[in-house]
Design a binder for this molecule. Structure first.
Ligand code: NDP
Length: 410
């Protein structure tokens, strides 16, 4: 058994906590920490209410500012945690990672580190921050699995495993469609401050083995996808493009995020008016305000969307290449349901798809399968046990190719 410290108390942490509880026979005691202990306590209460704990075991909330490395080390020590699942804001990655390196705990996260002062991080993303600690992890025999949510995370596994179906792959297109409906005029699924940062700047893609820049919403595609049907998605920069471009021999790797016309219209108006700016403005009354903070304050709290969210998500990888001299294309994907996620763990589907994979990874570390004692991205690991475990614990994988559309397991 390995005890788990979950850092963060948002929608993803909620899923992580429930899933860890469902597997506490392998994972041991569970501790949840963020700056606001009440949020952690709410998660603890919800795990108890749903009866998610598989066997009797500790489940406790703690107050922690994870930017404070000494405090994080002390909490890892006090709770005797061997696994730290960091699902806090992306600003805390480097300090949590440092605390793990110094205590020997395994580190897992679901997004690249971000500097709060930079509006748009530029590639090479992992090399800007996390990979600078690679040698230290190796020296200290610390297992660090980076970006093990859905995207990045499961889609990296889909890319690596998909390659096995080809002699050579020319294109990997990762497509992320949320075909769900939250019933509000406009809302973001995650913290608007983080969410809009992804789209206000330039977008990056890996084409002909180099970084290419575009404007957001400049390049789009339309696909006829399983379950969610015909969907338009837009080229977006995303963490996994960087590690995949380094770890897989594929000349074109792109990421596409689905948006409806209504979302784009509202976003465009807000952005054009300057309402998504993080630069303070002064009103006629002399009040200094940050426009983005005001927008965040008037938008629905992303956590409040979960109870009424309906519909599906479809996220997967289209791979194109050659097999036996012929052109070939496959789609490896998962479909998740918002309502089912809410009923099981009290979160909407996007938090669910992000929160289940790090728990699968934690279980694989606890079982010794992924206890690699170095820093890796998902595609560097043996991804077959990961896909098999996800099939069992709520995120089934499917494949669509010339032989039809079917479940995928190994
Ligand atoms: P939220 O914004 O809802 O939650 C972030 C949490 O971080 C908050 O509960 C906050 O709690 C905590 N936090 C922030 N600063 C600190 C700090 N200094 N110390 C301790 N805790 C802190 O995020 P989500 O749950 O929606 O997402 C969590 C992570 O998952 C993000 O990094 C996001 O980018 C990533 N993600 C990854 C996906 C994937 O598929 N790979 C998909 C979706 C999200 P408090 O204020 O109490 O400190």
């Amino acid at each position: 058994k390995r005890n788990v410290l979950i850092i963060g108390a948002g929608g993803v942490a909620q899923v992580v906590a429930h899933k860890c509880a469902q597997h506490n026979d392998v994972l041991g005691n569970i501790h949840i920490a963020s700056r606001t202990v009440d949020k952690c306590q709410q998660i603890v209460d919800s795990v108890r209410e749903k009866g998610s704990l598989k066997t009797a075991g500790e489940l406790q909330a703690h107050a922690l500012d994870a930017l404070d490395i000494e405090a994080t080390k002390a909490l890892i020590g006090k709770t005797q945690s061997q696994l730290v699942i960091n699902v806090g804001s992306p600003f805390i990655n480097m300090s949590v990672l440092q605390a793990c390196i110094e205590t020997g705990a395994a580190y897992l996260d679901t997004a690249i580190h971000e500097d709060p002062d930079k509006i748009c991080e530029t590639p090479p993303w992992y090399a800007n921050y996390e990979w600078k600690r690679r040698e230290l992890c190796e020296e200290n025999k610390v297992t660090a699995i980076l970006g093990v949510g859905f995207d990045p995370g499961v889609v990296n596994a889909y890319a690596a495993l998909g390659m096995e179906h080809f002699d050579s792959v020319s294109d990997i297109d990762i497509i992320d469609i949320n075909a769900g409906d939250h019933g509000h005029y406009f809302a973001t699924n995650f913290d608007p401050e983080i969410n809009f940062r992804e789209f206000t700047g330039r977008v990056w893609s890996w084409q002909n083995r180099q970084w290419v820049q575009n404007k957001m919403f400049e390049v789009k595609r339309t696909d006829d996808l399983p379950v969610v049907g015909q969907r338009t998605s837009y080229m977006t920069g995303h963490d996994e493009l960087h590690s995949l471009s380094k770890n897989l021999d594929v000349p074109n790797i792109r990421f596409w995020m689905g948006f409806g016309d209504h979302y784009i219209n509202v976003f465009t108006v807000l952005n054009s008016l300057g309402l998504l700016s993080e630069q303070p403005v002064t009103t006629a009354e002399g009040l200094e305000v940050v426009p983005l903070k005001v927008v965040k304050a008037v938008l629905p709290d992303p956590a409040s969307l979960a109870p009424n969210y309906t519909g599906k998500t479809c996220i997967g990888d289209i791979l194109k290449g050659k097999k036996d001299g012929k052109d070939k294309e496959i789609f490896i994907y998962n479909v998740a349901d918002h309502k089912e996620a809410y009923e099981e763990v009290g979160s909407q589907g996007i938090s669910y798809t992000a929160g289940v994979p790090p728990v699968a990874a934690a279980i694989l570390i606890a079982q010794g399968v992924w206890d690699v004692q170095k820093m890796v991205n998902v595609e560097e690991l043996d991804c077959k046990p990961f896909i098999n475990l996800l099939n069992e614990i709520g995120l089934p994988t499917r494949i669509k190719d010339e032989d039809g559309d079917r479940a995928l397991s190994y």
